[in-house]
Write a protein that binds this ligand. Structure first.
Ligand SMILES: [Zn+2]
Length: 171
């Protein structure tokens, strides 16, 4: 059941809700229900990638909203107030308008999920000295074998050449 358009309009009436809470795009029609902010479809994608435990993303047009969701959303007071609260909680200042999607993604992550490491950038596992030594030894052995093979390849053409004068001598 899609939300009635009056719900979407109600949500957009809250202060600041005519612009995406994250990038400032006009007339956002997605929402982070638990953070009480309206966001554009692009920022909604980033919110979704954070996981529903961090940001519960819903469309104001396509999804149905339960009464308590609407209430909890509205209780945050709209984008202006929710952003002010997030800033108080340590959210970084928003990037300038027209910032790249990558910059916005980093901003959104820092704003809503300050303690989760970015995708594909998880901290390196603690270095295990023994494992590091084994890897160094394997690399050294591989390098030595490569050098030996290269040396053999260099010698290889010499054999037929050396046998050539032998065969001509025997004539
Ligand atoms: Zn946006």
């Amino acid at each position: 059941m899609p939300a009635s358009s009056s719900h979407a309009e109600e949500l957009q009436m809250l202060p600041g809700n005519m612009e995406c809470a994250d990038c400032g795009a006009h007339c956002p029609d997605w929402a982070s229900v638990n953070h009480g902010v309206l966001i554009c479809i692009d920022c909604a994608g980033t919110h979704r990638s954070l996981g529903a435990h961090i940001s519960k993303v819903k469309s104001t047009q396509l999804d149905s909203w339960r009464g308590e969701e609407l209430q909890s959303f509205a209780s945050k007071g709209g984008n202006l107030q929710a952003n002010a609260l997030l800033t108080q909680a340590g959210a970084p200042p928003p990037p300038p308008r027209g910032a790249s999607r990558g910059t916005l993604e980093r901003y959104i992550r820092a704003k809503y999920a300050p303690n989760s490491p970015p995708h594909g950038d998880s901290p390196q596992p603690a270095a295990d000295p023994v494992e590091a030594m084994i890897r160094r030894m394997q690399a050294a052995r591989k390098a030595r074998r490569t050098t030996e093979r290269a040396a053999l390849r260099l010698q290889a053409p010499a054999w037929p050449l050396r046998s050539f004068p032998f065969s001509s001598e025997s004539v």
